[in-house]
Design a protein around this ligand. Structure first.
Ligand code: ZN
Length: 93
């Protein structure tokens, strides 16, 4: 037995989520996993980027017992909210 599905076209808009900081940038040392400080909610994305980079260079300048920590990753998190143009069902918790 084949189950029929109904489809309809619904406009969707996407914007930064209002419930949380719209973005965060944090760097992580690949040697010891230390992270750059949690950004302040008022910091711009450029300020967060610069702060994460400064955290990497200061961490690399430290004299670690196992040698210099020179490899890092940076994670940029953008929080978005999709708003359907009409009711398409309940929102997941
Ligand atoms: Zn490290």
């Amino acid at each position: 037995m084949t189950r029929r599905r109904r489809y309809c076209y619904v406009e969707m808009s996407l914007a930064p989520g209002p419930a949380a900081d719209p973005y965060t940038i944090r760097a992580t040392c690949l040697t010891c996993a230390e992270q750059s400080p949690e950004p302040e909610p008022s910091e711009s994305i450029t300020d967060q980027h610069q702060r994460a980079q400064r955290s990497c260079t200061s961490h690399a300048a430290r004299d670690h017992s196992d040698g210099r920590h020179l490899r890092y990753t940076a994670r940029v998190t953008l929080r978005w909210l999709v708003t359907p143009g009409e009711n398409i069902g309940p929102i997941a918790p």
